[in-house]
Unconditional design. Structure first.
Length: 273
């Protein structure tokens, strides 16, 4: 086994130990995809013959895959002599292989072709469907096999978020990483982060801090809700049984461009609601 030393951000150090499930969630600029890309190259270099698959939910072309990122890591680490790059795959030391697949293209029968693979890395995992996750998990079954996932949280109900953060399966190592955890966070991204915080506060926490998406860009009350949250004016309070309840309804309409149907239940206490 050969040894390759790669500088690793402290936040990712727990993921260097073996685990059936490894997950990193967080906002832009955290370095989560770069970490898994380097870890995959390091593993293939150190453990000859490793079979790995890089997964996305939808992948119509390799331009939508992690292939370019991995090729960049191979070059920057000076390992081009041991890896052979092809248009649709990467051959690794000891007859190993890295391939790239979209789960939408697989059925219960076709996914069996991945049974001998030891590592499956799901990037942009917030888009992975529950069906795809259910197909993939029992398929990656080789000895000491691992499933990795990196994602920017979108909703609690997303399959990967529900599985790794909600249900917290045994054998899982999951960390949250954001821009401040990245010691190599570039100046140009810092400028973009500050600009988003100033101009688009309603989407800042989701994009940069790894929070769930709370308000759609362009929604009427998105900026007001973000302001109220920042000022600590959103909290859980008990209803007053002596005051009337009023319902306000926003009918979302119908068709492909319809908004969500929304109901607010309100009580006025003095001048506050």
């Amino acid at each position: 086994m050969s040894i390759l030393k790669i500088p690793t951000a402290k936040i990712f150090e727990p993921l260097l130990k073996p685990a059936r499930y490894k997950g990193v969630y967080g906002g832009r600029g955290s370095g989560k995809s770069h970490f898994f890309g380097e870890l995959l190259v390091e593993t293939c270099q150190a453990e000859r013959g490793t079979l790995a698959v890089c997964i996305r939910e939808a992948q119509r072309t390799l331009a939508q895959s992690s292939k370019r990122l991995i090729e960049g890591k191979i070059a920057s680490l000076g390992l081009g002599h041991g890896f052979k790059l092809f248009s649709d795959k990467i051959e690794t030391p000891g007859d190993g292989l890295i391939i790239f697949r979209g789960m939408q293209d697989h059925t219960a029968d076709s996914i069996k072709s991945l049974e001998g693979f030891r590592i499956a890395w799901i990037d942009e995992a917030q888009s992975l469907s529950a069906r795809s996750l259910a197909l993939l998990r029992p398929t990656i079954r080789a000895k000491d096999s691992e499933l990795w996932a990196s994602w920017n949280p979108r909703r609690k109900s997303d399959a990967i978020d529900d599985f790794l953060r909600g249900r917290q399966p045994d054998g899982a190592m999951v960390v949250k990483a954001n821009w401040r955890d990245n010691p190599w966070f570039p100046d140009v991204l810092e400028e973009e982060r500050v600009l988003d915080r100033k101009l688009y506060p309603e989407r800042y926490d989701h994009i940069w801090e790894g929070d769930y998406a709370r308000a759609f860009e362009g929604a009427y009350f998105a900026s007001l809700l973000s302001e109220a949250r920042a000022q600590g004016r959103i909290a859980k309070v008990a209803a007053d049984p002596l005051l009337p309840l009023r319902a306000f309804i926003d009918i979302g309409g119908a068709g492909a461009a319809a908004d969500a149907f929304t109901i607010w239940i309100v009580q006025w206490v003095g001048s506050e609601s």
